[in-house]
Ligand binder design. Structure first.
Ligand code: SF4
Ligand code: SF4
Length: 300
């Protein structure tokens, strides 16, 4: 009953994909993460404490379930873009944080002593795994969560909470395993067995603030984006003929590229003022200028 109300409220907030993941601990995920760490497949952007990644109650005392929501963001292709599709709209973190907060506050009204903590990219748990557990999508070899309606162009937000919502069931399927993402990946980061080496992923490389190695610069120059990378999603058959997002906020204030002339002479403070509300704003002017410079060198 409460779950139906939750779903109805989410639909009113334009959230079509909402599901419930169990409260863990997720011991099968722990094994996967330990294996990845053993192989060096981590970037440092992840939560450092392994236990916190598999155990929601370490983040919210008395956690009994996790509400997981997907936020489709595909609004069409733009061949002149030098930003990834995830960065076309205003900063999605703010858009999603607001919606998750509305859900949490609504549940507080209807459930006695309800407590929650909401996250989008800033939480300790593994959001794609949660989306899988909540039955919202299935894994692709490219490591993305894929949905039938919107493909893999979805952001994930989640709410750890102390109400025992009945968990949903994971889907018993994977992508069609065509291998296109494996052969198209500029960094050879997709290993073909549902494993990914994030250190070779261009998306990570464009966001890395430290100096890039010669190999990383070579990977950067295999594409033309200065923020992110969409290749393994663009080539995926599950992303053909998908619907554009119905979420209004992802259709507004769209921006597809930044050129050097817009950043030259801009102070860091002016950059923050101008682009602080964009998804790419957090990486800062210096990193974008570096990426633009490295790509410009390729053109010359
Ligand atoms: S985002 Fe780009 S670099 Fe990263 S895995 Fe996908 S295709 Fe490879
Ligand atoms: S491109 Fe092919 S192999 Fe890669 S995720 Fe999509 S369906 Fe799977």
């Amino acid at each position: 009953m409460v779950k139906n109300r939750l779903k109805a409220f989410c639909h009113a907030l334009e959230i079509e994909y909402v599901g419930i993941a169990p409260p863990g601990p997720y011991f099968d995920l722990k094994e996967i993460l330990e294996s990845r760490i053993g192989k060096g497949y981590y970037t440092g952007f992840e939560e450092k404490e392994l236990e916190r990644r598999i155990h929601p109650a370490l983040t919210l005392d008395g956690a009994q379930s996790v509400i997981v929501c997907l936020f489709p963001y595909f609004t069409g292709d733009n061949e002149n873009a030098n930003l990834s599709k995830s960065a076309f709209s205003l900063d999605y973190h703010g858009i999603i944080r607001q919606k998750l907060g509305q859900i949490g506050e609504c549940l507080k009204v209807h459930i006695k002593d309800f407590r929650y903590k909401a996250f989008v990219d800033n939480g300790p748990l593994v959001d794609r795994y949660l989306a899988y557990l909540a039955g919202l999508g299935f894994f692709g070899i490219n490591n993305h969560i894929i949905t039938d309606s919107y493909g893999s162009y979805v952001f994930i937000g989640y709410i750890i909470n102390n109400y025992p919502f009945e968990p949903d069931k994971p889907l018993d399927r994977t992508c069609v395993q065509c291998g296109h993402c494996v052969s198209a990946c500029p960094g050879c980061a997709i290993l073909g067995d549902f494993e990914l080496n994030p250190l070779k992923c261009l998306s990570y490389i464009t966001q890395k603030k430290e100096a890039l190695s010669a190999e990383e610069i070579e990977i950067l120059n295999k594409n033309h984006l200065i923020y992110g990378c969409d290749i393994c999603q663009d080539v995926c058959p599950h992303n053909k003929k998908i619907a554009c997002t119905k979420m209004d906020a992802f259709h507004k204030h769209l921006m597809y590229s930044i050129e050097s002339k817009e950043l030259d002479g801009l102070s860091n403070r002016a950059f923050k003022k101008k682009y602080g509300n964009r998804t790419f704003g957090w990486i800062g002017r210096k990193t974008l200028v570096r990426n633009l410079g490295l790509l410009r060198r390729k053109k010359e």
